[in-house]
Design a protein around this ligand. Sequence first.
Ligand SMILES: *Cc1c(COP(=O)(O)O)cnc(C)c1O
Length: 368
Amino acid sequence: MIPFLDLRAINAAHREEIMAAITRVFDSGQYILGKEVEQFEAEFTRYCGVKHAIGSGNGLDALTLIIRAYKELDILHEGDEILVPANTYIATILAITENRLKPVLVEPDTSTYNIDVNRLEDIITVKTKAIMVVHLYGQVGYSQRMQKIANAHGLKIIEDCAQAHGAILQDKRTGSLGDAGGFSFYPGKNLGALGDGGAVTTNDPALAEIVRALRNYGSHKKYYNQYQGVNSRLDALQAAVLSVKLKYLDGENEKRRTVAEFYLQHITNAALVLPQPALHRESHVWHLFVVRTENRDHFQQYLQDREIQTVIHYPVAPHKQEAFSDWDTQIYPVSEALHASVISLPIYPTMTLEQANYIAAACNAYRL
Ligand SMILES: *Cc1c(COP(=O)(O)O)cnc(C)c1O
């Protein structure tokens, strides 16, 4: 079986270094915040090209904390509208609703699967205060055009970078493009820990300072609480692991590009709609390689029968989820059609071109 994602192999490639890092934390006696977290934050700050990076417990919390901090700064308020792609992962939307703001879903562009910038102006109201841009599947969703629209309407741009660590647009990495970025280090992400983790990036010192307090009970100084914060700190063990893995991120993203380019070149079956290569090669880090096909479930079974594991990202649109049952009268035809047809092929840094070749051949032999 070719697994959809071989996490064991990905981490085994750095076994010695990761084990040494874990031993270092074990021996240090410092398990919450402290040196390891500070060091990873400094490294991630430099990597992303921002002024501040603040570790958090996970990616959802990173996004939630950004909005929460903007509320503390009196920039966002309960009831404000935030534009968000209709086909995103549920966490993007939960970060908004958790803060009692209103997610306004925007249809994606079917050539990139990212938010359709052409639709933004028509949807903006006096209540719209931010755009949550999701770099879905690993491709940068931010653009100069989006920034112009945001500037014209006084909107903040918050990046959901959970699937696009290291992707670059015009020399700037995700997390440094908008006003603030939220990252996830969930094990399966391009930069993955051995458990949960996340980070907020920003160039805004006021926002950074509030996020730093909010993640630690709203406290800058132990036992003195400025805000009604939460407990969402990046674990010291995970920070140590991430410091090891960050060194290899660019190389691993490059391996993903090699697999993606192999697929793009070798899968020629007209029954499959392939992703379009990004305008700039470095703007895509191929967290997922998503194809579309008419009879998706049939195709998935066909690959399964040939020992190829696939995953659907995602089977149900956010507005069709039981959790948001009050939205089920809303209609997003583009997003709904995508949810019915997308399927993700295996892609990861330790995949061999032999495996990619086997998968491409199976795809080409497929008949509807
Ligand atoms: C994974 C993911 C998140 C949430 O990250 P967690 O660390 O699992 O909380 C948010 N948004 C997107 C697009 C994701 O893929």
